[in-house]
Unconditional design. Structure first.
Ligand SMILES: [Zn+2]
Length: 136
């Protein structure tokens, strides 16, 4: 399950920072590499910080996932893990195009997580042998 950040409740409770750790099933349609899938749920470890003046929320942390399937070069079994260092800013109200927006005092993380996975996804998956071969 993807949690929400209830900014309004946090501000009322004078909690201005915290951490979140959770895992969730990635949308398989994000993956465009043939014969490759997510090996396990995606893991997210995020820290958040609420600016007291305008309730802008800064988020940073890591989104990691493992892909498994056929090597894009030789079709052998391959598995590789990826970690993306994610950062985002959420402003109150609608997104201004640069930052994410949040409505009704609550931050929904779905779009941010989807974007993070998209940024982190490789063009292809390589087995160890092909990975070594490509380095030379
Ligand atoms: Zn290979």
């Amino acid at each position: 399950m993807i949690p929400e950040i209830d900014v309004r409740r946090c501000v009322a409770a004078k909690e201005y920072e915290g951490t979140l750790s959770f895992s969730f099933e990635a949308d398989a349609s994000l993956l465009e590499i043939p014969f490759v899938k997510f090996a396990a749920p995606v893991e997210a470890r995020l820290g958040w910080f609420i600016c007291r003046d305008n309730e802008t929320v800064e988020l940073s942390g890591e989104v990691s996932f493992t892909l498994c399937g056929a090597c894009s070069r030789c079709l052998a079994e391959a598995e590789q893990s990826f970690t993306y260092r994610a950062e985002a800013v959420f402003v109150r109200g609608e997104s201004d195009g640069e930052e994410y927006g949040y409505l009704n005092g609550k931050i929904k993380l779905e779009e941010f997580l989807r974007d993070s996975i998209l940024f982190a996804l490789p063009q292809r998956l390589l087995c160890k042998a092909c990975g070594e071969w490509e380095k030379d």
